[in-house]
Write a protein that binds this ligand. Structure first.
Ligand code: ATR
Length: 276
């Protein structure tokens, strides 16, 4: 029988996950079906119960349900616990549900595919919300020279830093404290791009040769990547590769097979451009 998977979220109509996982399945010859389902937060438990009772093997979980899924999973991977959120549920052979979070490793793998160096780099992350918390453990594991988090609301950056002290030092900053500082890798994890906003960044923030990564993606360069271009970044990338990367790790958790991400990123990029 064909194994079934789905992505839950709200809204979900524009989710690229069904396309990505069908491409992975085709590439690797895996027999699976993957659908999308709009699930409001209040109905998460009921919808997940029904999905797994019907024989479903695994779910991807997107906004705003990652905390619901965190509470729902019977067991959590270490990285999901650190992230405080679950983007992947996998039914185990004993019937229990494992909650994982593949967002952070998806971003790190994308940076590796881009040929970017993380080890020994001075890393600055903009934002201190759920998206940022999701990537901190995998990022710290790459042994950067330093990790700083700038946030509009300073105490949220301080709280995040405290939660990871056993894994490494994170310096919490307000945006005003960035003046005079330089970084080799700047990651935008704020939701500001969604509304076309940019946190206030000093003109000389980027060290020579710096790379800028936006966790968001869009057909046109995001405002942050436009800023990066204007301020001398050598490398820039948006979060399309992170999206495909997190999907690849979910696929691996479910199927124990590693799909190729590059052809899927390329075809998604092409279809984004075509809608311009
Ligand atoms: P997500 O799950 O996408 O991380 P979130 O948890 O609501 O969403 O976090 C959004 C992040 O974007 C926060 O760090 C927020 O800053 P505050 O903590 O100060 O609210 C940041 N953010 C959103 N809009 C912003 C803007 N216009 N300028 C600067 N930071 C912004």
């Amino acid at each position: 029988m064909t194994d079934t998977y789905a992505v839950f979220g709200d809204p979900i109509a524009h989710s690229k996950s069904p396309y990505i996982h069908r491409q992975f399945a085709e590439q690797t010859g895996q027999d699976l079906a993957y659908t999308r389902q709009q699930v409001p937060s209040a109905q998460f438990e009921q919808a997940a119960d029904a999905f797994f009772a019907g024989g479903g093997k695994g779910l991807n979980i997107t906004a705003p349900l990652k905390l619901d899924a965190y509470g729902y999973a019977a067991r959590l991977t270490v990285r999901a616990r650190r992230a405080g959120a679950v983007n992947t549920l996998a039914r185990q052979p004993d019937g229990t549900l494992l909650g994982d979070n593949t967002d952070g490793i998806g971003m790190i793998n994308d940076m590796h595919n881009l040929g970017w160096k993380i080890a020994d780099q001075r890393v600055l992350i903009l934002g201190a919300g759920g998206a940022v918390r999701g990537v901190l453990q995998p990022l710290l594991e790459q042994a950067p020279a330093s990790v700083s988090i700038a946030n509009r609301t300073l105490h949220k950056a301080e709280q995040l830093a405290k939660g990871f002290v056993d894994l490494g030092t994170i310096e919490p900053l307000g945006y005003e404290s960035l003046s005079g500082r330089q970084f080799d890798l700047v990651i935008n994890g704020t939701s500001a791009s969604l509304s076309g906003d940019l946190p206030p960044l000093p003109d000389d923030l980027l060290a020579p040769g710096a790379a800028c990564y936006d966790m968001m993606y869009s057909a046109e360069p995001t405002v942050f990547l436009q800023w990066a271009e204007q301020h001398g970044a050598r490398h820039q990338a948006d979060g399309l590769g992170m999206l495909v990367g997190q999907a690849a790790e979910s696929f691996y958790l479910w199927r124990q097979v590693r799909p190729e991400v590059i052809p899927v990123i390329t075809s998604l990029r092409r279809s984004l451009g075509a809608k311009r």
